[in-house]
Ligand binder design. Structure first.
Ligand SMILES: O=C(O)C(=O)C[C@H](O)[C@@H](O)CO
Length: 256
């Protein structure tokens, strides 16, 4: 009995368009609600949402077996944190601020058991192995890991071709907000220079053996990014959806 199939990794490899949403409430109940929408993937955000290992695990638990595949984003690509979330059951990781091929190679190694990598062997304690109920988990888990790296600085863009050559990286996600800020356009990822950089980057990623990903909450911008080569395309942020709907509702009654 091998490690569970990573459906997101398989879908990414098939080339199918995959629409996602950020899950930023750091809460299993909220993740369960968003999953009823039918997104192909949900980002359990450990970078900008108040998640910890236990809340990440609880969201992995409620998403198990659902259509929406969990993508866990860590604050940074630390090998100890990668070990913890993989043992908690994550199979797809989104790692921010990747700026070199060397960094990408280190991330690949951190997600794999030896001899391919350095992931610590603690499967008996791990939810991921169904607490050692999957006897050959450590020899089959590597193949089900999906590593998505975020390129979101000028340095990362400059190293993109080398990053794209790293075996074990499955996708490259362009972070428009951070990229815009690093390029000197904080809060304005729509600036011409940023858009030109995003277009070139998505094209280069799509032309490689990796999948291209990005986030756009504006519909027309998301359509443009899809035309430019994005395959795993996040089109919403749950926290923003609730905040905007609540404010609009009160604004309407305030004017009644
Ligand atoms: O830089 C970006 O843009 C991203 O990485 C996406 C955002 O961080 C995400 O938190 C949505 O705001």
């Amino acid at each position: 009995m091998p490690a569970p199939e990573n459906r997101f990794k398989s879908a990414l490899a098939s080339g199918r368009m995959l629409y996602g949403c950020w899950a930023g409430f750091a809460d299993a109940y909220a993740a369960e609600i968003v999953a009823t929408a039918g997104f192909d993937w949900l980002v359990i955000d450990g970078e900008h949402a108040p998640n910890d290992l236990r809340t990440i695990m609880q969201q992995l638990q409620v998403l198990e077996g659902r259509h929406s595949a969990p993508v866990v984003r860590l604050p940074m690509g630390e090998s100890w944190a990668i070990k913890q979330v993989l043992d908690a059951g994550a199979q797809t990781l989104l790692i921010p601020m990747v700026e070199s091929a060397a960094q990408a190679r280190d991330l690949v190694r951190a997600t794999r058991y030896p001899p391919e990598g350095i992931r610590g062997s603690g499967a008996a304690l791990a939810r991921a192995s169904h607490f050692a109920q999957i006897p050959d988990y450590t020899t089959t888990a590597n193949a089900q890991i999906c590593l998505l790296v975020q390129v979101e600085t000028s340095a990362g863009i400059d190293a993109l071709d080398e990053i794209l050559a790293v075996d074990g990286v499955d996708g490259v996600f362009i972070g428009p907000s951070d990229l815009g800020a690093d390029m000197g356009y904080p809060g304005d990822s729509g600036a011409r220079a940023v858009q030109d950089t995003i277009r070139d980057a998505l094209a280069r990623i799509a032309a490689s053996d990796k999948a291209a990903g990005i986030l756009a909450t504006d519909h027309d911008t998301a359509l443009t990014y899809r035309e430019w080569g994005a395959q795993f395309l996040a089109v919403g942020v749950d926290v923003v959806l609730l905040a905007q709907a609540a404010r609009a509702l009160m604004a309407r009654w305030r004017d009644e």
